[in-house]
Design a protein around this ligand. Structure first.
Ligand SMILES: [Zn+2]
Length: 120
């Protein structure tokens, strides 16, 4: 993701559900953090569900590195990659993208609970 759009709101149920799904498997100590996260920005394309997190709406975008790498096969969006970025403190970004580049991903897949860990 090359640029971001400032975009402030609370996380919705699906976003919280997906984070919970990922953290329960890969980073249990962050499950309790979910309710304190705010969405502070979104991907610059303005269409995909990729969002950036802060602890408050005043937070600046912080740098993170890829911590969790999952994917899920969907009916209409092909294989959707799910990348969770973070630093030592908090998750910084939830990225969703088309793995084969053929689809525009415009929402979190309904079947995200079927996601599997990507094997590199
Ligand atoms: Zn995007």
């Amino acid at each position: 993701m090359e640029y971001q759009i400032s975009y402030k709101r609370e996380l919705n149920c699906k976003e919280k559900g997906l984070l919970k799904f990922l953290f329960q498997r890969e980073k249990k100590d962050w499950v309790l953090l979910i309710d304190n996260l705010k969405v502070i920005a979104r991907c610059g394309c303005g269409n995909c569900p990729t969002i950036l997190f802060g602890k408050s709406f005043e937070d600046k975008i912080s740098k993170g590195y890829l911590l969790i790498d999952y994917y899920v096969k969907t009916k209409n969006q092909g294989i959707v990659g799910i990348g969770l970025f973070g630093n030592d403190e908090i998750p910084t970004q939830l990225e969703l993208y088309s793995v084969d580049g053929l689809f525009e991903i415009n929402e979190i897949p309904e079947n995200y609970h079927q996601a599997k860990k990507a094997i590199i």
